[in-house]
Design a binder for this molecule. Structure first.
Ligand code: MG
Length: 290
């Protein structure tokens, strides 16, 4: 099932997408419940009934979880080829641990950086001049827990979405800790919608990213260094995971910093991230006076 958060007529709604019919059937939720987007469904045992479908062209998509309840957990250097390209870039403050990490590198993005499919991503030249993209599969936790075992980890997953972990490389390097470079306003495009966990085969899911029409990233989740059960087990070992938590699983090779010279984004560039089984998340980079 594909679940989208959207607005129509100034109201936020949550609905089930039918791509073949290009329509969306809103769930029967109160306005207060729908304000939370997909979070309104996650803690329920049963999906609410759906109302009459609306053509997709009449609605505006929002991020499936427009404002996560807490920071997004993110994973650094989780594909071998990307770990090598990043370690070689000179921007890697974790390089002392070696190109390929022995344990997952976990950092976070603040919830307020999340934006929807087709929303602009803004940068200011006096803040950063090294903006980069990172195509990622993001896990949405359904059932919280602490000390979750690898064997049981996937039972805690509600579903998946796409996250573009937009990054200011110069700030990522300058501040050692990655939060500032990763959490600039609008640097968390998410969507276009979420899918329930049965829609994704973690052993074989393609992740691709185009900048304008140039294919830059093209990998498969089979190549993750730390797989989804390992990430859930690692984070939850001493941090209680909550329903609605998001874990961005890391980006494959082909980010701008990996090219010589680096291919940083420029104003007007279109970032298009496609994950098989989910869809396409597209956002344009725009310049804004600081
Ligand atoms: Mg990333």
């Amino acid at each position: 099932m594909r679940i989208a958060t959207f607005h129509i007529g100034g109201e936020r709604r949550v609905g089930c997408v039918d791509e073949k019919r290009q329509s969306i059937a809103p769930f029967d939720l109160s306005m207060d419940e729908a304000k939370e987007g997909l979070l309104a469904l996650i803690s329920r045992h049963e999906m609410p009934r759906t109302l009459n479908p609306i053509p997709l062209r009449e609605i505006t998509l929002e991020a499936p979880i427009p404002r996560p309840r807490r920071n997004i957990f993110c994973v650094g250097k989780n594909y071998h080829a990307h770990a090598k390209e990043f370690a070689a870039s000179g921007f890697d403050s974790s390089a002392a641990q070696g190109a390929v990490p022995q344990h997952p590198i976990i950092f976070s993005k603040v919830p307020e950086c999340v934006v929807a499919h087709r929303a602009p991503v803004y940068f200011s030249k006096n803040v950063s001049s090294a903006i980069d993209y990172e195509a990622e599969l993001a896990v949405i936790i359904g059932k919280g827990g602490r000390g979750i075992s690898k064997e049981q980890a996937l039972e805690h997953v509600w579903g998946y979405t796409i996250l573009n972990d937009v990054t200011a490389r110069d700030l990522q390097g300058k501040h050692s800790q990655w939060l500032i470079g990763k959490s600039q306003d609008t640097f968390g495009p998410m969507g276009p919608w979420a899918v329930t966990r049965d829609e994704i085969d973690l052993a074989d899911t393609h992740v691709r990213c185009w900048i304008n029409d140039e294919l830059r990233q093209n990998a498969n989740t089979a190549a993750l260094i730390f797989d989804v059960p390992t990430l859930i087990a690692t984070i939850s070992e001493g941090i209680t995971l909550m329903p609605g938590d998001i874990i961005a699983t890391g980006t494959p090779e082909g980010v701008g910093i990996g090219y010589k010279p680096p291919k940083y984004l420029v104003a007007g560039d279109i970032m298009k991230v496609e994950i098989a089984g989910i869809g396409v998340l597209e956002n344009q980079l725009q310049e804004k006076a600081a």
